[in-house]
Design a protein around this ligand. Sequence first.
Ligand code: SF4
Ligand code: SF4
Length: 571
Amino acid sequence: MPDATIAIQRPQRWDVPFDPDMTDADVDRLLSIEPFASIDPEKFPPSTPLHGILKNDARLVKFNDGDLIVREGDYGSSAFLILSGAVRVTLENLPNKMLGRRERERTGLLGAIAQLWTNPNKPEVRNYKRGGDDDVARRDEKGATRIFLQDVPGVLGKFNTLRIEAGEMFGELAALARTPRSATVFSQGKTELLEIRWQGLRDLHRRADALRAFIDQRYRERGLVVHLRETPLLAHLSEADIDVIADATEFETYGNFDWQTAFKTARGQSAQQRLAVEPIIAEEGHYPNGLILIRSGFARLSRRYGNGHRTISYLGKGQVYGLDAIAHNWRSSEDATMPLRNTLRAIGYVDILRIPAPVVEKYILPSLPDKYMPPLIKPELEAEKPVATTPDRIDTGMIEFLVENRIINGTATMMIDVNRCTRCDDCVRACAAAHDNNPRFTRHGTIYGHHMVANACMHCADPVCMIGCPTGAIHREPTTGDVVINDQTCIGCATCANSCPYSNIRMVEVRDTRGRFILDEATNTPINKATKCDLCVDQLGGPACQRACPHDALKRVDMNDVESLAWWLNR
Ligand code: SF4
Ligand code: SF4
């Protein structure tokens, strides 16, 4: 009889180093130069020593003239330190084509009609041409694909760029805050860089005081003031007041950066079990110590209910928490102050800014426009307020469904009202017609009540599928923000398909126009490509699925627009 169990060594953080070729001599060299030479190794615990971080969470990378190191708009999870040579940071947008992104040509009405008989009858047909204008990828010495600029002098002559030299770091803000890269950076001549993945960067940020001060200062200078200025609540303030607020603002991070991995394994747990592991950012019953601005990620608002908690809403990027209690207490006498009425928890991973309450009272509230001033909290109404519905009229069961399944991440989630849907599949046929006869979704999915969330890419606010794509083939369309895949530069590695928490990317074997499978000439194995819904980015009129539904049963919903969602659910 076979044994019921087997014993293996528990997997450890550094079982898979960032680069297995990193040697002790490489690490010793790094420890002899700044900023590592000034970092005190004693500040690191024995389980994650400084030497171990550099050996396992960092790698040495060499770039040639014109190689793109990061592209504006891409998501990356690492930062770079220039060891030798210099790079150029672009201060204005480069054309899509130069960056290896497809220029979108919209299909007109006649083209859309012609698709009905010109589409191939075999699945996943591609017509690849070798070389030509789209040839912006090349292999590095380890065989990895790199996108490069073909005409560096032309780019330098035509676009504003900033040269940064050895000893400088870049990419750390996007890596730590999981925001898109804010600029494209390319190698000028030959460069050697140290790339540090976010796990190591986070430990260095936590334990190396000088590095933390350096990174925080960079964020204060480059990102924070812009962020505060773009916050509607603060738009009325003078530059001097914004500067004071920026100096007092604290940065905090909660939860698990790799939330998608934990999310996949936690699906079998009860809602209360999942709630219990979500870090608390601010707690019901406590007095508010600051105004919280969500910088990235999502947070759950819940309220005590019986022995547990009920989710009543969720907050995403750009939303604020705590203003009502701070404003109430500022306007009330001391014996009428109110504590927080909800608990705010990190769902997955959240990055927040906290503006201390005294700063809010002194600089923000006195001149806050009436439209933003919350009404005084009435304790007697609070006690009576039912928790079964949210202020936005969405049933709390639906809110919990959207939060527990992380559907709140979607900016174009495909929702189907199954009471209206007659299963005619016109939506699927319209999708196929718009994509060379290859539908990019199936009319199946998770159902709550009479609403289904179909298995189609949701074009997430936090598109974790984009992290780690080695060529940047999966990216956001700069104009629309849609998450799309450049078929020309996709190398079929499946990183994105494995990362998508919703299993909304399929890997397909592609064929030529005669229907023959296209094989890798070196290995004779099929060429795979990643495919998913692209919101009909090249079709006039937007997503064909939504336009095709004769019963108005299907809608692409932005989960951040709670009002529209409430209207659609309750219509
Ligand atoms: S592929 Fe998955 S993770 Fe990426 S945007 Fe679509 S649904 Fe979100
Ligand atoms: S399979 Fe996905 S991650 Fe890999 S290259 Fe293609 S788009 Fe990028």
